[in-house]
Design a protein around this ligand. Structure first.
Ligand code: FAD
Ligand code: NAP
Ligand code: SF4
Length: 672
């Protein structure tokens, strides 16, 4: 079949097997790896992606021994009895025509348990646990544990293993002077520091034979002080290749690094150049990673000769059929990962099963299915925000006749506001996806008119997805000309002044601050400028590739305020909140908690903080004080005895996000 992406869909010859294309589904913990009872779900998850045409998949991390656990009782493979459950996964993948490697990950000092070990007794800045330093004998035992686990993986039917040597886990801790202060044969100079990695590869290869895929994930840009130098990294790559690695995967940044590496505000393929710089130094196939989410991005990397494969993890969570769609020239139909982390990494860090904001079926393949209905009905969905778009497309996919209404001239609801925020450009992709899906499923889309109950006669069921309205405030002066709503700003109805106070420091308050401090083109769309702002030096003049950040001055003076005591932004998401706080701090935004709003007048915003009153001399005050449900259609419709469902923000406004809105829309549509 001809394809618009010939490099991406060219086979890759590994000597003893041929991969059908250049897509590696990167390792991603789903929360289904730890209990045997979850393995049938894990099998369904991987099988769906194998059917979707992925060249090679890698599981979430499994430790080679107890001390390598990520947390107590997390997935481990050191006994033969532990292989049985893995057979469910490998059989399902092979039956679906795919290939899968098991990732062997020893957590090292990132292990959240009292048995955690490391090369040296040094606590990670992101962990409360001080690791035990491994004795020389324990080092040997740990290497043997890797080799044994790999042999067991082969017995369990895996096509190979990925040895996790990056991201600041144990092997990476041996490689870097930051964490390896040993003075024996396993530490000291660069050659001794890399012995652990090289021996692990050598013994794993010896244990598994020549016809078994061995991926080594090497940290190629550490983004921490005291990381490996670039010359050392090249030597490490060459040594693991010589020791028997089949494929070299790229790792970017340690978990403790203070540079974002996969968030939505990171430019697409922002780090692919690191892999390209390594490529001439090695002969084995090499994989580029991080923020590669669409086929044109992947194709450009491969066509430019910068890598032999691309790794994508979250994009395949978002769309299991990504490869089939890309290969057949249907990129417009891809449900693109927007790199929000909201349902994947944030869930995993909260010990919850992973899923995906744009695809609630991810990791729920065995339970959430969109089966064709035997009783098609006429369904009206009012509101074309995320909840309404999701509900309308799935209901139509199941065979219902669906009409989708919105008062605005465009579909998308609040996503049309979110996409205005610098760093949230990916939200455009979700709108493109839904535009395509609505047309594909022949949903009748009626835009530009506010719907009343009387307009909905003739429908068998009505879904109210009318979202929210901003919460009003009532302090003195709230009607002053300086006071704006975030809608005024984000719809560009008002041009903001040079000094602005933001009332409310939730997700929208932070986004509005980002909107106000930047002018012109978003740094997310200009990778070199973004890297300069975060102090990323791809040429790695200093160990770890860090350089002094060069931040453009803020476009405006901003105060970001909240009534609650403490630091604004403390409730933002675990994996991305720190990025928002750091980005605004770099732009000198003044973030203040414990504020009492006394009023707005010509002088500005009067506030009281810790019993002291002050006037913020601002041109505008933007209200971002949360939202309330808009469900005025519900009562009149219910009064007619009609079948009515309420979803998304219209249902509950508190703690609403697109994850819940889309999830509710899909789950309702699955049972309509
Ligand atoms: P909405 O998106 O509010 O859509 C409701 C729709 O109903 C609107 O289009 C409206 O015009 C229409 N409507 C209302 N009444 C009628 C009527 N009578 N007739 C016809 N049409 C009607 N969420 C996240 O998860 N992650 C983020 O990073 C994120 N960032 C955000 C950034 C900003 C700046 C904003 C404003 C929001 C952000 N959100 C984010 C929140 C997210 O967009 C909302 O949670 C989500 O849009 C709610 O979806 P919904 O479908 O319930 O409602
Ligand atoms: P929010 O997160 O509930 O924040 C509302 C803010 O307004 C709080 O800081 C609150 O703090 C303040 N507030 C509440 N009532 C007030 C009042 N009467 N007067 C003055 N201040 C008041 O809501 P949001 O920022 O509007 O966001 C809406 C939803 O969108 C959120 O649930 C969020 O999940 C989602 N969203 C997510 C992201 C993301 O990146 N994941 C981004 C944007 C939005 P005090 O009470 O302390 O003053
Ligand atoms: Fe991507 Fe967000 Fe889905 Fe995670 S939750 S896979 S980041 S779209």
């Amino acid at each position: 079949m001809s394809t618009p992406y010939p490099h991406l869909f060219a086979p890759l010859e590994l000597g003893f097997c041929t991969l059908p294309n250049r897509v590696l589904m990167g390792s991603m913990h789903t929360g289904l790896e730890d209990r045997a009872s979850d393995f049938p779900k894990l099998a369904a998850y991987f099988a769906e992606r194998a059917r979707g045409g992925v060249g090679l998949m890698v599981t979430g991390g499994v430790s080679p021994n107890l001390r390598g656990w990520l947390k107590p009782f997390s997935g481990k493979l050191s006994w033969k009895s532990e292989t049985h459950k893995h057979r469910i996964v490998t059989k399902a993948v092979h039956d679906a025509g795919g290939r899968i490697c098991l990732q062997l990950l020893h957590a090292g000092r990132y292990g959240m348990h009292p048995f955690a070990v490391a090369p040296s007794k040094i606590t990670a800045p992101i962990s409360p646990i001080t690791p035990h330093a491994l004795s020389a004998r324990a080092v040997e035992r740990t290497i043997d544990a890797f080799a044994r686990a790999a042999r067991l993986a082969r017995e369990a039917g895996y096509d190979g293993v990925e040895i996790m040597g990056s991201e600041g886990y144990l092997i990476n801790e041996f490689l870097a002077p930051r964490t390896n202060h040993r003075r024996d044969d396993w530490g000291g100079d660069a050659a001794k520091r890399m012995r652990f990695a090289v021996e692990t590869v050598r013994r794993t290869r010896a244990a598994c034979g020549p016809d078994f895929i061995l991926i080594f994930r090497l940290s190629m840009l550490e983004l921490v002080e005291g990381g490996s130098s670039w010359e050392e990294t090249i030597a490490q790559a060459q040594a693991v290749a010589a020791a028997g690695a089949t494929i070299l995967n790229t790792g970017i940044g340690w978990h403790e690094a203070r540079v974002p590496t996969i968030a939505t505000s990171v430019p697409r393929a922002a780090f692919a150049e690191v892999t390209a710089r390594m490529k001439p130094h090695v002969k084995l196939p090499i994989v580029a990673t991080n923020r590669i989410n669409m086929p044109d991005v992947a194709e450009a990397i491969l066509a430019g000769g910068g890598a032999d494969m691309v790794s994508m993890a979250r994009p395949l969570l978002a769309d299991p059929d990504w490869c089939n769609k890309a290969r057949s020239g249907r990129a417009q139909a891809i449900n693109t990962c927007i790199a929000c982390n909201q349902a994947c990494l944030d869930h995993v860090f909260a010990n919850k099963k992973a899923s995906c904001l744009v695809n609630p079926r991810a990791c729920a393949e065995a339970e959430l299915n969109y089966v064709r209905t035997n009783a098609p009905r006429r369904i009206a969905v009012v509101g074309a925000g995320p909840a309404g778009m999701a509900c309308a497309t799935i209901a139509a996919q199941r065979g219902h006749r669906v009409s989708l209404f919105d008062a605005h001239a465009e579909i998308g609801g609040q996503f049309n506001l979110a996409r205005q925020i610098p760093g949230k450009e990916e939200f455009n992709e979700t709108l493109r996806y839904y535009r395509h899906r609505l047309a594909e499923e022949r949903v009748e889309v009626r835009l530009g008119r506010k719907v009343a109950a009387a307009d909905l006669d003739g429908f068998d069921a009505v879904v109210i997805a009318t979202g929210v309205v901003p919460r009003a405030v009532d302090f003195p002066g709230h009607e002053h000309a300086k006071v704006l709503g975030y809608l005024d700003l984000l719809t560009r109805r008002v041009v903001p002044g040079r000094k602005v106070a933001i009332i409310g420091a939730g997700g929208i308050g932070f986004d509005v601050a980002e909107f106000l401090v930047q002018d012109g083109i978003s740094a997310t769309l200009e990778a070199p400028r973004w890297r300069a702002e975060w102090g990323v030096d791809l040429e790695q003049h200093a160990r770890g590739g860090l350089a002094p950040p060069q931040v453009d001055p803020p476009a405006r003076d901003i105060w970001l305020l909240q009534r609650s005591p403490g630091r604004p932004g403390a409730k933002l998401a675990r994996t991305t909140g720190w990025i928002h706080r750091a980005a605004l701090k770099a732009k000198s935004v003044k973030m203040v908690g414990g504020v009492e709003y006394l009023g707005v007048d010509d002088a500005g915003l009067r506030i009281r903080v810790e019993r002291s009153e002050q006037v913020l001399d601002v041109d505008h005050v933007v209200i971002c004080a949360g939202q309330e449900s808009l469900r005025e259609l519900e009562k009149p419709l219910r009064d007619t005895g009609r079948e009515v469902h309420v979803i998304g923000g219209a249902d509950v406004a508190a703690e609403l996000d697109a994850k819940r809105a889309i999830d509710q829309g899909c789950r309702l549509a699955a049972r309509l």
